[in-house]
Design a binder for this molecule. Sequence first.
Ligand code: ATP
Length: 139
Amino acid sequence: MAEASGTMRVEVVSPERILFSGEAKQVITRTLEGGEVAFLPGHAAFLGALTENHTRIYLVDGSIQNLAVHLGFVEVGADHVTILSDSAELEQDIDVARAKAAKERAETQMRTEHSTEVEADLRRAHARLSAAGGLNSSH
Ligand code: ATP
């Protein structure tokens, strides 16, 4: 049983494809209302809306699958965590140069116009750079 072995099934899915599917020990993501949240096996049922964030999936082999998730939902049960998002990228698929360029573009725009759209552009760029290890050393 997944719970007894201390793992749970984690899936990250977009309407077109399954981005990630596997067993994990923990998932850390960020909800709109609750900030950063950690889910472990055996967690109570939970449904939350996600903000643009650097999500971490702690795999059974001790490694971490980092990913950028841009809005969507997380659905949690005792033996699973499912993230549904229109837009998400695995660490290994993130183009760091592109995200840096997007961040600089958004920061430049912010100086002249403070639109919610530019703020969202910046949050996506930050999530990508953080997931790709380009924002800080702690990753
Ligand atoms: P840009 O300004 O660089 O296009 P964006 O935030 O406007 O960035 P989105 O509209 O969020 O881009 O995404 C469009 C598509 O490009 C999505 O499929 C997304 O996964 C992909 N994408 C965007 N930026 C990157 C990146 N830095 N690395 C990998 N994929 C990216």
